[in-house]
Design a protein around this ligand. Sequence first.
Ligand code: ZN
Length: 113
Amino acid sequence: MHEMSIAQNIVEIVEDALRDEVDPDVERVVVKIGRLVAVVPDSLDFCFTAITQGTPLANSQLVIEEIPFQVRCKGCDKTSQVESFVFRCPECGNVKLETITGHELFVSHIEVH
Ligand SMILES: [Zn+2]
């Protein structure tokens, strides 16, 4: 399952970051995920809750911030936000596009109480 492996990755990153903390009380874990990663937020939240049961992260909240899918047109050089998976420049209709954002997946920050 896509979301389960992502949730495991997030937990590993957080545990790694908090290795030197004594008894950390994590309040929020904020992750940024590009649209093209195609994560279902509810599903990721469910997986995160499931695998953090009984760990120091059990009471933490996973906050998912979506990064839009942005492209730069190789025809008119305009940057556009693409809502669907239609790979066409909204400005001039060119199909030669360069992806700028949308593939990201990283832990933005961790809020410790
Ligand atoms: Zn264009």
